[in-house]
Design a protein. Sequence first.
Length: 309
Amino acid sequence: MGKFIIKRVLGLIPTMFVIVTISFFMMRLAPGGPFSSERKLSPEIQANIEHKYHLDEPLAMQYLRYLGDLLHGDLGPSYKNKDFTVNELIGKSMPNSLLLGVISLVIAVTFGVVFGLFSAVRQNTWIDYTTMSCASVGLSVPMFVIGPVAVLVFALKLKWLPTSGWLDSRYGAKTLIMPACTLALSYFSSIARLTRASVLEVLRSDYVRTARSKGLKESVVLFKHVLKGALLPVVSYLGPAFAGIVTGSVVIEQVFLVPGIGNFFVKSSLNRDYLLILGTVIVYSAILVVMNLVVDIIYGLIDPRISYK
């Protein structure tokens, strides 16, 4: 296991290198620039600004300079937020996005596994039909529709929850409920469907029949034998799901005014703030590859049949 982890960690380096390289050149080769929308800039001022940020250098030199800064942990300055560096902006907003993502994932996994299990055990009953219908709605309706509808119903009509805000507002933890549940809905639907299909498959296996023939209680069979094997597809899904929740929170953060990294990602894309876009892409990519590594490790711990030799 130790050799596998070291090998996978070393394998992350070329993966991140390719991501950084492709992202850098894709943005720099696109038309326009971070200062092209400025009004009434004289050629001298434009040249001074570009010289300050090394944008007048050849593209290859800019790339090598960025890689050198990146190796020292410096993501560079923000072209539009001139009083802050990219490290400061991401460091200030990323904890909020991670908190929202973790809470959403916990909600999705908890309710997805529970409802998927009950749906499989009560196959072809009203519980099964109701659960899978809700899962279908969660998969088919996009988040940018669910979010405003949730605000309309629970904030404006029923007045149970605030329309927006964050933990530092007067509403406190209540501001987390709607964005977390909205963000978790589609992932809850996928996990519920995965759990149901996996549990139904495991219930037909020989070792479950053997466990039942020994006279074990149904609860012991379900939670000790069935659920452990049925969770393998769910565990495989958790890595991309967590990365998707964090990166997919861009829409939710805009709807509910969450001060997360998604807000800077959208603004930097509109303003062509190259280094801030690159910084967010690097962070999102790092989350994805690290979570995939964690899932591989957990997968091996759950399933003893897997060998990392």
